[in-house]
Design a protein around this ligand. Sequence first.
Ligand SMILES: Cc1cc2nc3c(=O)[nH]c(=O)nc-3n(C[C@H](O)[C@H](O)[C@H](O)COP(=O)(O)OP(=O)(O)OC[C@H]3O[C@@H](n4cnc5c(N)ncnc54)[C@H](O)[C@@H]3O)c2cc1C
Length: 435
Amino acid sequence: MNEQNDVYIPRSEHPRIVIIGAGFAGIYMAKALKNKPFQVVLLDKNNFHQFQPLFYQVATSGLEPDAIVFPVRKIFRGFRNFVFRMADVLQINTHENSIETDIGNITYDYLVLATGSTNNFYGMSDVEMNSIGLKSIRESLDIRSNILQNIEKAVQAIDDETRKKNTTIVIVGAGPAGVEMAGAIAEFKKYIYEKDYPELSNFPIEIHVVEAGPKVLSAMTEKSSRATLVDLKKLGIIVHLDTAVKSYDGHKVALSNGTDLLTASLIWTAGVRGQFPEGIDEGFIVKGNRIEVDEFNRIKGQESIFAIGDVAYMQTEAYPNGHPMVAPTAIQQGEHLAKNLMHTKANWRPFKYFDKGSLATIGKKRAVADLGKLHFRGFFAWFIWSTVHLMSISGFKNKLRVGLNWMNSYFSYDKGNRLIIRRYKPKKVEHETYL
Ligand SMILES: Cc1cc2nc3c(=O)[nH]c(=O)nc-3n(C[C@H](O)[C@H](O)[C@H](O)COP(=O)(O)OP(=O)(O)OC[C@H]3O[C@@H](n4cnc5c(N)ncnc54)[C@H](O)[C@@H]3O)c2cc1C
């Protein structure tokens, strides 16, 4: 019998593995456990898996949201001993081998935290309140609505200052998410804005990228970083290096170099921090709010609780600052932990990351690729980027949708999804940032 407050989960003769998070790490781990002698309980606060690398395309009207989110239940059709529950996990009770969620409690034999990361605003509450991050499909849609709503405001504005504020877009962070976003907005400006908004011909969109470090794409090679900076400038994007954001009130962003930019769109891609429910011993929470794990992804001091993907901090000789917070790390750790759990502890193998390389694109035919010692730039790098991303998206229908969309915009230079389906409202309504 279930206790009254327990989530209903069918009885099973197999040990129960509860995985929190249906991101890359959780999905790939659960897939690797298909029909194995475990009961796999996968939990996520959403009923869908999100393909984060293409959030920026939804935000810039390139793709519709349905193309890059995928229903979790569909992924696991036909899996035996598998249970999905849409639940927000609130608390882990390590002494009782149980978790508390918004729909009830669940016990576990093994617990896996695959809860990913969230925006890191480094304690700047005004920036958090007034900017929009790029960490969920909802935020991607918020950015799209925000940009399009602001342009509509610019059209009907009667003074130049209001027009300028609503047509200036500031992106914070020059990692892959920031530069990809900037490149896509530059394409929007060139192929859509100039045609759709003839009233604003004297007010071209102004795109700024603000980066606290000395270069763009700092995790890539010097060659890729320099090439990308050149491309960004060619696209008319203004790049502020060695510059941090000091404050943003919804109207004006103050930069550490003394510049103030008037803008109604601040897009935050400048950092992430691990996220996880309450109940983890503070002693094991390290830099970037990640959880310290051993070489088997086991949370230090715990026998049966693991962390994989962005939330896990595993220090190794090759990665003294933890592994990169990217999809391949999450996928490999998920699959590796599944394999280990199928064996006795004595036969567990330590995790070893296989770095497949890095890619970034800033628009049609413009991309950089670092693949081992090989470095590519331009059309070929862009072709590799497109192929890799298309292959990685879940589901044939989604692949087809994205592929057709890209083909259409490649030849027609159009972006079909410039729709304000749901209006963006600033987080703090009483602090009305809108005109
Ligand atoms: C804009 C952007 C672009 C990116 N581009 C690339 C790229 O080009 N290449 C690349 O390799 N990587 C890229 N990344 C990074 C990559 O997406 C992440 O490293 C990867 O998603 C991490 O996988 P994960 O499974 O650890 O976490 P996630 O994929 O974030 O999944 C975590 C899941 O946990 C769920 N969750 C969290 N907390 C709870 C809770 N308390 N209860 C229930 N559910 C919960 C969330 O809903 C989510 O579904 C990008 C990231 C972003 C944001």
